[in-house]
Write a protein that binds this ligand. Structure first.
Ligand code: 5GP
Ligand code: ZN
Length: 114
């Protein structure tokens, strides 16, 4: 799966919608969450469209590894390297955007949306 024309994060990845991008690689990008729930709140996102982290793991394990590696590098640069990496998986668990994204969270969490 590559891109979904109706997907918000596919549009951000493609540059069709604005974002505060902190990392751009060939297969992974990262941008600041529009509604930060912590002093550091960055979303790490594969360029390819995969609905959630479990489906990403099944389809492209190296890409999942790259996502985690990039998250660690960003957390090191932004917050000393200690962080939470959260993947909401499924609507009942709070997932609202169905293009897999890891929430990089560091510092005090002040509230996570739904
Ligand atoms: P989820 O609830 O799916 O785990 O996380 C979706 C996250 O995307 C939320 O934390 C929300 O604030 C963020 N978000 C939603 N729309 C946008 C947007 O247009 N730009 C950015 N940068 N973040 C967004
Ligand atoms: Zn997408």
């Amino acid at each position: 799966m590559s891109a979904d024309p109706d997907c918000l994060f596919c549009k951000i990845v493609a540059g069709d919608l604005p974002s505060d991008m902190v990392y751009r690689g060939d297969r992974v990008v990262a941008f600041r969450d529009i509604k930060p729930a912590a002093p550091t709140h960055i979303l790490v996102v594969p360029v390819d469209h995969h609905p959630d982290v479990v489906q990403l793991a099944a389809k492209d394990e190296p890409l999942l590894t790259e996502l985690v590696t990039v998250a660690g590098e960003i957390a090191k640069a932004e917050a000393g390297g200690e962080f939470r990496l959260l993947f909401n998986t499924g609507a009942a668990a709070g997932q609202t955007v169905f293009h897999v994204h890891g929430h990089i969270l560091a510092g005090e969490i002040t509230g996570l949306t739904a």
